[in-house]
Design a protein around this ligand. Structure first.
Ligand SMILES: [Zn+2]
Length: 280
């Protein structure tokens, strides 16, 4: 595994990979292609499929969490279980983050975090305020941040350009919990990337994850240069984006604007995330 840049072997840890099945569709059916059109079609993505794709792209380890549930009360237990099982089956290759939906209520949400982090060994929490329909409100999310701090795990948010995915609001929350590393998944997407960079440059425990965002000269590059390479984490959003595409974005294209060498890429592609998972 790993890739070689300037003669140096670099370990790759992907901070944003989806796994499991999509409830309310063909639950748990493992098929990466639509049977009628033959086009890529991601109802579900198994541990075996993700490890095969990782091998093809030289990815050592992924942070894996469930796909979107499309129901505001869905508790993600069956998906989190699938990923915890895959994690056991592929030690060192898959690190699961449990997806938590605060709409299940504070008690249930905290009990689920206890179960998946403390009993099943998952390594962090994924929150998606847009798909799971909740606001970035400390009264809702405070108990989850407290739990993350007590368990010593990071939280990754889907972040974007809507009221409940706003990077500045997530940054404000993160600032109240300095012991909890908070990752801005998709670094605010295109339109939110400037706000994501502003927030992460001010809040010590706030990090940018690189998946999906492009528009190199206007959005991606100014944002990552503003926060500095130590706070940038490579992610792909696999299987929606191929691993290779998001790796190439950094190692072939972003470098032309940023001047990153093997030293910076080593940290961005895995070193920063590794340190963050060990430190807290
Ligand atoms: Zn995603």
């Amino acid at each position: 595994m790993s890739i070689t840049i300037d003669g140096e072997s670099i370990e790759i840890i992907d901070a944003h990979t989806h796994m499991g099945g999509r409830p309310r569709r063909e639950r748990f059916e493992i098929s990466a292609k639509d049977s009628t059109t033959g086009r890529a079609f991601f109802n579900s993505f198994s541990g075996e499929q993700v490890v095969k794709a990782m091998d093809d792209a030289g990815v050592d380890t992924v942070i894996g969490f469930p796909m979107g549930g499309f129901s505001s009360e869905y508790d993600y237990s069956d998906q989190n279980d699938l990923i915890a099982d895959a994690m056991q089956k592929h030690p060192g290759r898959i690190l699961g983050f449990c997806r938590i939906n605060p709409n299940v209520g504070q008690k249930s949400a905290c009990a689920l975090i206890d179960k998946y982090i403390n009993e099943r060994g998952m390594r962090g929490i994924k929150l998606h305020p847009e798909i799971d329909h909740f606001m970035l409100d400390e009264r809702i999310l405070g108990p989850i941040f407290d739990k993350a701090r007590d368990c010593g795990v990071p939280i990754i948010f889907h972040s974007g350009n809507t009221a409940n995915t706003d990077p500045l609001t997530i940054g404000h929350l993160a600032a109240q919990y300095p012991k909890v590393p908070v990752i801005l998944g998709h670094m605010g997407l295109i339109d939110g990337s400037k706000k994501a960079a502003l927030a992460a440059s001010k809040v010590t425990n706030l990090y940018l994850e690189t998946s999906v965002v492009s528009w190199m000269s206007h959005n991606f590059v100014p944002a990552v240069l503003k926060v500095g390479y130590e706070k940038v984490l490579y992610g792909s959003d696999h299987p929606y984006n191929p691993f290779q595409m998001e790796i190439d974005k950094l190692v072939k294209y972003a470098v032309q604007y940023t001047g990153w060498t093997a030293k910076e890429l080593k940290m961005i592609l895995g070193g920063n995330l590794k340190r963050l998972l060990e430190k807290y």
